[in-house]
Ligand binder design. Structure first.
Ligand code: THU
Length: 135
């Protein structure tokens, strides 16, 4: 995947962060998935006054894509505009990401495009937990 396409996906994630519902953390996050047919599905973090019910942006996007019938994606971008360093996905999201994407799928995350970290699903989640059950 070329840098320009990844940057466009990052910008979609940044835009999605505007829909974040995060009155408790005041930490908006947006995520964007590039799907095999070229479509993009986004998600934002949705918090709850019962804090543990919060859904991260990555899982919001993945669950929206899976609910629309998709079972894999080609790239993932995550934007955390209020951070002052690139914030990677949490452990729970890494497990969920790995359910729907092979290890070589590119992932970009950051508080802005210039300082974003470019990595892969496999780098974020090595020694994939329970991988044998997904076969
Ligand atoms: N959050 C995400 O949505 N994705 C991440 O990768 C890191 C954390 C959310 C959860 C919570 O709403 C807020 O950011 C602060 O932790």
């Amino acid at each position: 995947m070329n840098d320009l396409d990844l940057q466009k996906l990052y910008e979609a994630a940044l835009k999605a962060s505007e829909n974040s519902y995060s009155p408790y953390s005041n930490f908006p996050v947006g995520a964007a998935l590039l799907l095999p047919d070229g479509k993009v599905i986004t998600g934002a973090n949705i918090e709850n006054r019962s804090y543990g019910l919060t859904n991260c942006a990555e899982r919001s996007a993945i669950f929206a894509a899976a609910s629309a019938g998709y079972r894999t994606f080609c790239a993932l971008a995550i934007a955390t505009p209020k951070a002052d360093y690139p914030v990677g996905p949490c452990g729970a999201c890494r497990q969920v990401i790995s359910e729907f994407a092979p290890a070589d799928v590119p992932v970009v995350f950051g508080h802005n495009w210039q300082n974003a970290v470019k990595t892969t699903v496999g780098e974020l989640y090595p020694f994939d937990s329970l991988h044998e059950l997904a076969k």
